[in-house]
Design a protein around this ligand. Structure first.
Ligand code: SF4
Ligand code: SF4
Length: 316
């Protein structure tokens, strides 16, 4: 099916206000896991959590990150020649001195072998909306739409709110995927223009949450309750990552979901995976999950059984 013609979109401020530029990492089309129907997921840069299972470490900071994939590098030396000594070719490919290299993007641009990838660029709500509406025919036919994910969209509330408002005016379903660790005002600003909230609850016990994500969950649980009271349609997302947040914490999380009540429209169980390992390597960062096994099917089956005992049906 061809994409829809270029839409004529006008923002409230034409995207010229400094607050209204956003930084996004990528736009993923034809997604079927981040809400109903066929969707486009917008990955927003920046996150205020540091989950040990995070598969997108390039989103931690809200700025441009350069990933280097040594399996694509042919050791031609083009980037090293441009680097003024901060990139050298070692036995296993390029060795990048990321602390002292202040022009890595420029060096990466010299590569003709796609060994470097850049993540994170600025865009205005109007520009982003225009891009997203190209697939409107798919959204219309499938009952899909747009999901703002991340990273943490709540770190850029005005940008997200304005983009979501433009999309809604164009008749597109909008969803917000958040870890909820933000002031309520920021979440509310965005959620007013959202049809669906995907809300992550990563652990119930505060100490476990701190160990897994680096932050307390008190604000997160409070915000989950606020969404439930508001009666926003909620999809709760539960990462299941033994040995970090299983056992009694799993049971407590399920009890909390039950407590949220009828606003919860669906519950997803997300088993721990290790698909982010290549990105940690490409960013020269240690992989926090090194040596940790992936979640076994038996553990997932047991987690589902416990949920069922509590009257909850989870979707994997
Ligand atoms: S320019 Fe690309 S292929 Fe050549 S050494 Fe640098 S990263 Fe490797
Ligand atoms: S909230 Fe999401 S993006 Fe942020 S660190 Fe956790 S898994 Fe990564």
């Amino acid at each position: 099916m061809p994409s829809s013609p270029e839409p004529n979109i006008t923002g409230t401020n034409q995207g010229t206000g400094p607050d209204h530029f956003g930084v996004i990492s990528k736009i993923q089309r034809y997604s079927t896991r981040d809400g109903p129907g066929i969707r486009t997921t917008v990955f927003c840069a920046g996150c205020n959590l540091r989950c040990i299972w995070c598969a997108n470490p390039e989103l931690f900071t809200g700025d441009t990150q350069i990933l280097y994939y040594r399996n694509r590098c042919v050791r031609c030396g083009a980037c090293t020649a441009r680097s003024r000594g901060t990139i050298i070719i070692g036995p296993e490919g390029c060795e990048i001195d990321r602390i002292h290299c202040n022009n890595l993007a420029e060096c990466a641009a010299a590569c003709n072998h796609e060994a470097y990838e850049s993540s994170g660029h600025s865009i205005t709500p109007v520009e982003l909306t225009r891009k997203l509406l190209r697939d409107k025919a798919f959204y219309d036919q499938s009952g899909g739409g747009i999901t703002f994910s991340g990273g943490e969209p709540a770190l850029q509330p005005e940008f997200i709110a304005e983009t979501a408002a433009l999309l809604r005016n164009a008749g597109v379903h909008t969803a917000l995927d958040t870890a909820g660790n933000a002031e309520w005002e920021s979440l509310e600003t965005m959620a007013e223009n959202m049809d669906l909230i995907l809300f992550d609850i990563k652990a119930f016990d505060d100490e476990i949450h701190k160990n897994c994500t680096g932050v307390s969950n008190s604000l997160i649980l409070e915000n989950a309750e606020r969404f439930a009271r508001w009666n926003k349609v909620l999809w709760i997302r539960l990462i299941f990552a033994p040995p970090f947040n299983d056992g009694t914490d799993w049971e407590k999380r399920l009890d909390f979901v039950n407590f949220l009540g009828k606003a919860v429209n669906r519950i997803d169980l997300l088993p721990l995976h290790k698909l982010g390992a290549g990105k940690y390597c490409a960013l020269d960062m240690p992989d926090p999950l090194e040596g940790v096994p992936e979640c076994s099917p038996e553990a997932v089956a047991e987690a589902l059984r416990i949920a069922e005992c509590k009257g909850l049906t989870l979707i994997i």
